[in-house]
Design a protein around this ligand. Structure first.
Ligand SMILES: Cc1cc2nc3c(=O)[nH]c(=O)nc-3n(C[C@H](O)[C@H](O)[C@H](O)COP(=O)(O)OP(=O)(O)OC[C@H]3O[C@@H](n4cnc5c(N)ncnc54)[C@H](O)[C@@H]3O)c2cc1C
Length: 358
């Protein structure tokens, strides 16, 4: 276990801005704005205002309260949170000329959420290995649970570039929780793009709201970088349209906690063309989970093996066609890699920006 998603990016220099990473890619940040995206901002800001007025989120622009940074009675962790929050605020003016007006608003919204809902608790969650599902659902309330999904299924209809801006702002406060959120979004996006209309309508609403959490299951104990050699099988049972899945997946983010598992399994020949993608319910008979992996950091999201022992999956849960699973899995990772890179760059950037960081 040496790599995560084998990121195809150069080793970043300190403070390398994610927005530059986007510029180097094929994204067009200054493309024409869609009305629907503006609606998203309005809806999300309304949500944020609701949170603020109910006292759940305290506005970051409230400068009337005394600074924890200056208070002699503040604890070391309060100092750390205050310093990091200050750095988040400073980050908002960073490279703004490269972002669209909408993206600046997305970032502001995400930064508010990060500062108030993630930053104060991130260290505690990591220490206690606590997976903050309720906070993830609050994030979904702002539209962050289905960033790339259509509005008709509760999604936000945003681009990869928009998502990178949002994830970067969240990861300043908590890389681990944000990284899980990126994987959940990757799964929802996979169904958005490759699912049938029935599958979109059946599966996506509960994912965009994060009432259900999703995991992506490609890696196996004997296939990591060489994912096309995976050995988990999905065989049709004689006289039935159901598939029977057998095998083991390794290092699955959200493993054991997620409600839905997108499993790549072999339905045909050896190699990439024999792989298919399945939507597997956590309650399926024969599905179980190995022990939680112990990690250095990244402990606010669970990581475990996922074991499939004669798990019956109905045909309606095949995503895409038989044999398309590898293409689907790789296409999902095209976005997933950007998001994991974004998360990975955010925290070091914050560290370098935080006052008194050494
Ligand atoms: C925290 C964490 C969360 C993860 N979450 C998920 C998840 O949600 N879903 C999922 O499916 N997977 C997940 N993974 C697994 C991850 O995608 C794999 O770790 C990754 O694909 C690499 O596979 P591996 O660990 O088996 O390493 P290997 O493939 O064994 O690679 C080990 C090393 O050998 C190098 N190498 C491999 N092949 C070659 C070659 N042909 N030539 C030269 N060098 C080579 C690699 O670059 C690497 O440095 C997660 C991993 C981690 C650490």
């Amino acid at each position: 276990m040496l790599l995560q998603f084998n990121l195809p990016i150069p080793i970043p220099i300190p403070c390398f801005p994610t927005s530059s990473l986007i510029d180097m890619g094929s994204f067009q940040l200054s493309r024409a704005l869609l009305g629907s995206r503006r609606n998203w901002v309005v809806r999300s800001q309304a949500s944020l205002t609701r949170f603020c007025s109910s006292g759940v989120i305290k506005g970051v622009s409230d400068t009337s309260s005394p600074s924890v940074h200056e208070s002699p009675s503040a604890s070391a962790s309060e100092h750390a949170v205050a310093n990091a929050s200050e750095a988040i605020l400073k980050s908002r003016t960073w490279n703004e000329h490269q972002l669209t007006a909408d993206q600046l608003q997305f970032r502001s919204l995400a930064s508010d959420f990060a500062e108030n809902e993630l930053m104060p608790f991130a260290a505690q969650w990591d220490e206690q290995k606590h997976f903050p599902v309720e906070v993830l659902r609050k994030a979904a309330g702002l539209g962050f649970g289905g960033l790339y999904c259509g509005h008709d299924v509760g999604g936000s209809g945003l681009s990869r570039a928009d998502g990178a801006v949002i994830f970067e702002a969240l990861a300043y406060a908590d890389v681990s929780t944000t990284a899980y959120l990126t994987i959940h979004n990757m799964c929802a996006s996979l169904i958005e793009r490759y699912g049938t209309e029935d599958q979109r309508q059946d599966f996506l609403r509960e994912l965009t709201s994060m009432d259900l959490l999703a995991s992506y299951c490609l890696t196996e104990p004997n296939s990591g970088s060489d994912a096309a050699s995976l050995q988990t099988t999905a065989r049709r049972q004689a006289g039935s349209t159901d598939y029977i899945l057998n095998g083991e997946k390794a290092f699955i983010s959200g493993g054991g906690a997620a409600d839905v598992y997108l499993v790549m399994a072999r339905t045909g020949e050896a190699g990439p063309k024999g792989i298919s993608c399945f939507y597997v319910d956590k309650d399926s008979k024969g599905l179980s989970f190995g022990r939680q992996e112990d990690k250095l950091g990244w402990r606010s999201q669970p990581t475990s093996s996922v074991i499939l022992d004669d798990v019956r999956v109905p045909e309606r849960c095949l995503i895409g066609k038989e044999g398309e699973g590898f293409t689907i899995a790789m296409s999902a990772l095209d976005g997933g890699r950007i998001n994991i890179a974004t998360c990975s760059l955010a925290k070091p950037s914050l560290t370098f920006k935080t006052p008194n960081s050494s």
